[in-house]
Design a protein around this ligand. Structure first.
Ligand code: ARG
Length: 463
């Protein structure tokens, strides 16, 4: 290829007219996919090494190409590379530059390959490392949550259902619920590695290739586990993108739930936690305000993350096999989602490190709403040979009595209790103690202090 021709699109022999301006603008993905330059160069190097081993290209050509690619990698990493929208994407920008650096021999690089398999190879490599980045951030947030849980094993708070007082729990136990969620997230992301580890390179445009390539070699070189099995499926498949976006959505949902929880807890009505000034913002008109904006940000961003999953699902819906331009949007969707999720995990970590539980408020709130009623019912079953349903009715009658007399359960004396259930003795009064209640929940996974201690220890060892 002579020098002056190098400014043209690769297909200029076939397509004579200049692409219309608007299509050049929207059809080009270079501003987005330049992020894949490292993966692209790595993939190309593995590809030409394989071509040489299979005697498809010569030793000299292979070396020249690798030399050029390495030079390009340096140029890009040092911001000395001029990306051109005319060449559409990262793959053609690199190929064009390779021609400039090493000349016509650059033309051997794209033997037995298409951008269709090239782009998914790059993308899978990228999502694999993105997954690792998310998982290490998840480990961080799990450790933070464990640390705060450990400090709050004996912090008593009301456990709520329907946002109404239900039964007393330990704040430590509550936080450990989020540890479970984040551990599941980590596992969910890890499970995706199975399909991310299938190497697309070598399926070419959609049919495979007539060249005697070795897909197992590139598989090994690029850190995949096995080559994909069907060339048409491979270029059409974006399930791995959906899996990744789904995992991000679920993880975001967990973050949004804890964010919402904390918004409620720090509201003036609840006042269960205090946030440090580092993580609140003020109002332009109301001088007294300290607002939990960051938590609201987390809750809001979860909407964008779900939206990204739905964009991708919709792009794929009804799309025939195999490659179509529709698929090009996958990268922008994933890159945006990744950035959002990483930020959200980091923000949540910052918030958790900057909140203080208001233990007195938690205890006071736990002491309202007859929160130990279930403990009383359980006591009647265990000590006075009643069925649970009978005990439930007796307890309801006691709650009614207390409510009518404007008393809490623990304000009732034995005489009052005996009016409703004559068999009761002094021994019953202990069940109205919140810590007694919490510690009686010794069943596996329950909120007793011992259980929480064991769980925290188990996870600390595991991480
Ligand atoms: N930039 C394209 C994308 O991301 C690469 C694949 C292009 N293939 C094609 N046949 N136009 O989807």
């Amino acid at each position: 290829m002579s020098k002056n021709k190098n400014n043209h699109a690769i297909w200029n022999t076939r397509i004579k007219k200049k692409t219309s301006g608007i299509f050049l603008k929207v059809g080009s993905s270079i501003v987005v996919d330049k992020k894949l330059y490292r993966e692209d160069i790595r993939g190309s190097i593995a590809h030409v090494e394989m071509l040489f081993r299979q005697k498809i290209i010569s030793f000299q050509i292979k070396n020249k190409i690798i030399y050029g690619l390495k030079k390009i990698e340096k140029e890009i990493s040092k911001n000395k590379f001029e990306f051109d929208t005319k060449y559409e994407d990262i793959h053609m920008n690199i190929e064009k530059r390779l021609f400039k650096i090493i000349g016509d021999e650059a033309g051997y690089m794209h033997t037995a390959r298409s951008r269709n398999d090239q782009v998914i190879t790059d993308f899978k490599i990228w999502i694999k490392s993105a997954t690792k980045e998310i998982n290490s951030n998840l480990i961080k947030i799990i450790k933070t949550t464990l640390k705060i849980a450990e400090k709050n094993i004996e912090t008593v708070m009301p456990g709520l259902t329907h946002l109404k007082n239900a039964q007393p729990v330990s704040l430590g136990h509550y936080l450990m619920a989020y540890v479970e969620m984040f551990l599941r997230d980590k596992k969910r992301f890890t499970n995706n590695m199975e399909s991310l580890n299938e190497n697309p390179l070598g399926v070419s445009a959609l049919t495979g290739t007539s060249f005697n390539i070795d897909r197992n070699y590139t598989t090994k070189k690029l850190g995949f586990k096995r080559p994909t099995n069907n060339s048409i499926d491979t270029v059409s498949d974006r399930d791995f993108v959906l899996d990744y976006l789904y995992c991000c959505s679920v993880c975001s949902m967990h973050i949004s739930r804890i964010a919402e929880e904390l918004i409620i807890w720090c509201s003036d009505g609840f006042g269960l936690i205090k946030l440090s000034d580092k993580v609140v913002t003020g109002s332009s008109i109301m001088p007294q305000k300290k607002n939990p904006d960051l938590m609201e940000y987390l809750r809001g961003k979860t909407g964008s993350v779900y939206g990204n999953l739905f964009s991708m699902l919709t792009i794929l819906k009804g799309l025939p096999l195999s490659y179509f331009k529709d698929l090009q949007d996958d990268k922008e969707i994933v890159f945006k989602t990744h950035e959002t999720l990483i930020n959200n995990i980091k923000i949540l970590d910052e918030i958790l490190n900057n909140m203080t539980p208001n233990k007195k408020k938690m205890l006071d709130l736990a002491n309202t709403g007859f929160i130990t009623a279930t403990d009383l019912a359980d006591y009647l079953v265990k000590n006075h040979a009643m069925s649970f349903r009978n005990a439930y009715q007796k307890t309801a009658a006691i709650v009614n009595y207390a409510e009518k007399n404007k008393k809490k359960l623990h304000d009732l004396n034995l005489e009052e209790l005996k009016k409703i259930e004559p068999k009761l003795t002094q021994n019953v009064l202990k069940v109205f103690d919140l810590k007694y209640s919490i510690n009686s929940k010794k069943s596996y996974g329950g909120t007793s202090f011992d259980n929480i201690k064991k769980m925290i220890l188990k996870y600390k060892k595991q991480l």
